[in-house]
Design a protein around this ligand. Structure first.
Ligand SMILES: N[C@@H](CCC[C@H](N)C(=O)O)C(=O)O
Length: 264
């Protein structure tokens, strides 16, 4: 299909304010190499508007495959909130009921979904490596993340500070997602500058996952940990086990909701 000129039926989802265009591409009608079309669809002024676009495709060994693009139109690394939204989409399409195993760019994922279809708990990849860069923590939770503790996060210029780190000499070539975190004792507050969106988003799932793991490493917390996180677009929770720098059983939990459907 010519993605520019043919009618396209889409579904708009959001997970804690991280918003996505979802396309049922089981028939492969959408040309997955058409990066320009993806960036136009994600444009907030000339398109539908979103932080990213996902194609739901068939796979012989899984319930479905998630093909994810950032708003710039390029294929992205793993998107945690996108993963939660595509699970809600698969339930809406009646492809799955309360559980699923699907394939994403970083490998297989298991997820559970509420009977109402609006709360998704997505298992993330295990993390065995976490590095320091000065005061910051750097780790890969399916996407690369930089985590820096701050004070007064509500007034921080996340766009300028995040953009500078994302493009610096160390990270500029491949890019990195930059997360700022403030510890409020009973919860963490996180704001993220996202690579591929090249702006602050209202939430980043792999980002809050990275923050929760880095927080456990920084505070020396071990065993089963449940970390509530507030983001600009809502609340998320990350459950995991931490033993001597090995993070397993990681679940990113939060809302995933259909906003509207349309034909463009
Ligand atoms: N919003 C995402 C992160 C998406 C991936 C990222 N922007 C990248 O490709 O670096 C999430 O919820 O994890």
């Amino acid at each position: 299909m010519n993605t520019e000129t043919q009618p396209l039926h889409f579904y708009k989802y959001q997970g804690a304010g991280n918003d996505f265009i979802l396309v049922d591409n089981r028939s492969l009608f959408f040309n997955s190499d058409d990066y320009e079309a993806v960036s136009k669809l994600c444009d907030r002024r000339f398109g539908i508007g979103a932080d990213g676009l996902m194609l739901l495709q068939s796979h012989p060994e899984f319930d479905f495959e998630m093909v994810y693009y950032n708003a710039d139109g390029m294929p992205g690394s793993m998107c945690g909130n996108g993963g939660r939204c595509i699970v809600a989409f698969a339930k809406q399409l009646r492809l799955i009921d309360r559980e699923t195993n699907f394939l994403a760019v970083d490998g297989p994922h298991y997820a559970k979904i509420s009977p109402e279809g609006n709360w998704v708990e997505l298992q993330m990849i295990n993390v065995n490596q976490i590095n320091r860069d000065g005061e910051a923590w750097v780790l890969d939770t399916g996407s690369p993340h930089y985590v820096l503790q701050t004070q007064g996060l509500d007034t921080l210029d996340v766009y300028s500070e995040g953009k500078a780190i994302r493009n610096n000499e160390t990270y500029g070539a491949k890019g990195i997602n930059v997360n700022f975190v403030e510890d409020f004792g009973d919860h963490l507050f996180v704001r993220t500058f996202e690579r591929g969106v090249e702006d602050e988003t209202y939430a980043c799932g792999t980002g809050v996952t990275a923050v929760a793991l880095a927080h456990a490493a920084a505070t020396g917390k071990h065993g089963h940990i449940s970390t509530p996180v507030k983001v600009l677009g809502g609340n998320l929770r990350i459950d995991f086990d931490h033993h001597h720098g090995q993070f397993t059983g990681i679940f990113l939990c939060g809302p995933a909701e259909l906003v509207f459907t349309g034909t463009r």
